[in-house]
Design a protein around this ligand. Sequence first.
Ligand code: ATP
Length: 451
Amino acid sequence: APARQNFADRLEAALPPARLALLKLIADRAHRRRLPVYVVGGFVRDLLLNRPSQDFDIVVEGDAIALARALERELGGRVTSHSRFGTAKWHIAEIRASLLKNTLRLDNADLSDLPEYLDFISARTEFYDYPTALPTVERSSIKLDLHRRDFTINTLALRLDGRHYGDLYDYWGGYADLQRGLIRVLHSLSFVDDPTRMLRAVRFEQRFGFQIEDRTLQLMHEARDLLRQVSGDRLRHELELILAEEDPLPALQRLEELQLLESIHPDLHWNPQLNDPMHAALKAPLESAWNLPETWGGAPIRRMLAYLVWFLPLPAEKSANLAQRLRLPHHLREGLKIGAELIPDLPGLLDCAPSRIVARLDGVPLPVIYALFLLNRTSEIAEVLSTYATRWRHIHPVTDGHTLRAMGVSPGPAYRRILWALRAAWLDGEIHSPEEERRLLEQLIPTKPHD
Ligand code: ATP
């Protein structure tokens, strides 16, 4: 039997009263149905590390959907479920006020102290029919449920029902590894079952300042070639979890050191020169004068900048390979291509008139220009890119298509040519006022045939 320690105090201290009261209510209803219930995984790990997190799943040793439905019948809200996985979501956003007031009797609590939904999971075990396949699922004990997890430190469970409230269930040695600071797989085929766990190992190791345990490291070396067979979508997801870490740089360095990046694709590497631009892309305040959009192609701008600073320094062909391997979104793929074409032209732009620079940079997506700015911070190129982004790209003549039409210029290619000549004159300081623009415009307008 596993060692029993009780962490009720830790739980009470970590959760806001409303969340705690709801958890206890659920535990009580489970207890009445003689169902053991637990909080497990990352929540327990973080609680024991004194880095409390708020989000927990509730694992039921039995039918989680039935428990969620019983709560729905008694208290309201709405349950959605997946019978194949034995999982249920209890949506309580709309009943939070009544839960707080009538059920939990917490008149002073804030609605936001309760989550919008809770996940209920039936303890289950998974079989992998062949390496890297998606698992087959079957109901099981908590012990086996915990066994399917990635690392021992993620196998800890705190039981909630009845007299077991706060008891730590540690079947797989997670507590000792947490104390020793070790990332350890549960069995020797773990990375074969799911090679993305190798990336997760590095992520947790670096996040907590732990060490990947020796045997686990050896298994990783033996299994790393399997990363080649993992889909781009799954790999990109794991990489993005790394990019979303508080400090992703050590993890990226460690992935390189363990040869995991090149196992994903031979062109994928990390080098310390990327640390500064990557930090600037993900963490440092973005230059506000650039007015970068918050998203690009529907994805968060920081993540897009991270990929750009990572891959733009590569030869066009390699970055295209990586974009393909990781199934990067369309905008990013295009951005990498446009950026790769621009890079060789950048030094030549240094001595050019503003209008030449604008002619070259217009049409290059702003995030691409920003990434190049970050990659060229120490050179004069950064200055040019920044002036373009913050000033030149906004400079336009007063005249527009309507003006030309009103002046009787017949619509056609002449419009573009005239408007550009005006813009270039502004950019290059040849004109400085609407009057000067007007005079230039009159010179530019083709003489009408009937004159
Ligand atoms: P984070 O703190 O980054 O959210 P977490 O430990 O909460 O980490 P999740 O990615 O939310 O991690 O996963 C929840 C739990 O599911 C983890 O604790 C882990 O044990 C398990 N898990 C997630 N991915 C895998 C995987 N690929 N293989 C095995 N178990 C996994």
